[in-house]
Design a protein around this ligand. Structure first.
Ligand code: ARG
Length: 440
């Protein structure tokens, strides 16, 4: 009998998938549950897999790899999808795929399987990662194939004595790992509906958060957070502690209608306390340590990488190339950032860096100013020259007046009769000049 390694979560879908893979494809099922900080009872998940018919069930702790090879590089890259989503789910998928491939090799399996539906991003991330890492392995996606209703699935489960958890009544689909918690479906499918309080697990409502702020100092070494309040911590511990602290102040809730790769718009709620604070702090440190050119270009690279990660192309040459650039930008991104956490907000209160580019002698308006003010005149002349030249030889001829230039710059029609009449009045002084004697 051939073997399949199934990415097993312990939920109803992947439990039913064990029996279904058995019956439909005549495969022996090896379950692998990857611990990326999802805080589950892994022992009972393992037992459940075996009880449900898996020939073997492994739990693989991948928290260190997750933070080291996925979360922190993405933090250094500043990747936030559509300016909102720190990519928690998206970052874990390629790692889970990698671990599943490792087990497939170890077990001599011919197939790999995951429990994703046919409508989401996760199936793309798994399939593309499996195919790039191990093109010889065949992929089965039971949930995508069987296309059952919830009721049909429960019937199949009952027929095979697969326990149907009471939480099956929960209308939400939740995925979580160290970097964040993603919640979708149920009432959230109405973008106008306020998310019910009970969907949140990591962040307090600001109605119940402390009435005093907390302050946290985050230290970075070449773009990687290494200590909180002076205490050195390994990656998973640092992220976990910041999740607790920021979450207790209600920081990290995100409500976003996002564009899935498969073309669907979907309303997502995220809880990413550590992610939000660390991205903010890291970006702040870069304002001290990167030049204007580096920051501008890196922003484009960040956007590109966020899209690549979201769409499932972690294991592509394009990702490798851009990440090599990102790594190079981080050489001097070392220092500390101080943040105030209070009533759902994380606010920057200070930053410092050993190799800061901030130069008080250039910045000051007070004593000790070393900036050469007279050089500014020539600088502006040259910097503005092409624009001034174009204005005199093209734009002013075309527009004819400062008013029309104003409208054109705003993207509006150059002609506006009423406004023109008012502007004409300027020259006949529409308002009476003030009689200076009135102030005596
Ligand atoms: N929309 C997010 C993403 O594509 C989260 C998906 C969460 N998955 C889930 N099964 N709830 O990355």
């Amino acid at each position: 009998m051939e073997k399949v390694v199934l990415a097993y979560s312990g939920g109803l879908d992947t439990s039913v998938a064990i029996k279904w893979l058995n019956e439909t494809y005549d495969l022996e099922v090896v379950c692998v549950t990857v611990d990326v900080g999802n805080e589950r009872d892994f022992e009972s998940i393992q037992e459940k897999a075996l009880r449900t018919g898996a020939v073997k069930a492994y739990v693989h702790d991948a928290k260190d790899d997750f933070v080291k090879y996925f979360v922190f590089p993405s933090l250094q890259a500043g990747t936030i999808y559509e300016g909102q989503y720190p990519l928690a789910t998206a970052l874990a998928r390629p790692l889970i795929a990698k671990v599943i491939v490792d087990y497939a090799r170890q077990e001599g399996a011919s197939h790999v399987a995951h429990g994703c539906t046919g409508k989401g991003n996760d199936q793309v991330r798994f399939d593309v990662s499996f195919n790039t890492l191990a093109p010889d392995l065949k992929i089965v996606a039971p949930v995508r194939e069987w296309r059952w209703t919830r009721e049909e699935e429960i019937l199949f489960a009952q027929k095979h004595d697969i326990p149907v958890p009471v939480t099956v009544g929960s209308p939400y689909s939740v995925d979580q790992n160290l970097w964040g918690r993603s919640i979708e479906a149920g009432v959230l499918e109405d973008p106008w509906a306020k998310p019910p309080d009970d969907i949140y697990a990591w962040t307090m409502s600001v109605r119940h958060t402390p009435n005093e702020p907390s302050y946290v100092e985050i230290e970075f070494d070449r773009g990687v957070p290494v200590a909180l309040d002076g205490e050195a911590l390994d990656g998973p511990a640092l992220v976990a502690r910041l999740n607790d602290l920021a979450g207790s102040h209600g920081v990290g809730r995100i409500d976003h209608v996002e564009n899935r790769f498969v073309g669907i718009k979907s309303r997502e709620i995220y809880e990413c306390p550590a992610g939000v604070v660390l991205h903010q702090a890291h970006a702040v440190l870069e304002t001290l340590t990167l030049t204007r050119d580096q920051m501008r270009f890196k922003q484009m690279v960040s956007n590109e990488l966020a899209t690549l990660i979201y769409n499932g192309f972690w294991f592509s040459a394009h990702t490798q190339d851009l990440m090599a650039y990102v790594a190079s930008t981080q050489r001097f991104v070392s220092g500390a950032v101080r943040v105030e956490l209070f009533k759902g907000k994380s606010e920057l209160v200070g930053r410092k860096a050993a190799h800061s580019l901030y130069n008080p002698a250039l910045a000051t308006y007070g004593e000790g100013d070393l900036f050469d003010h007279s050089a500014a005149i020539g600088f502006i002349k040259v910097a503005g020259m092409a624009t001034v030249n174009q204005a005199t030889s093209q734009l002013l001829l075309d527009a004819g007046s400062a008013d029309r230039m104003m409208r054109l710059a705003a993207g509006q029609p150059a002609d506006d009769d009423a406004a023109d009449a008012r502007a004409a009045g300027v020259h006949d002084a529409t308002s009476e000049p003030v009689d200076p004697s009135a102030f005596n």
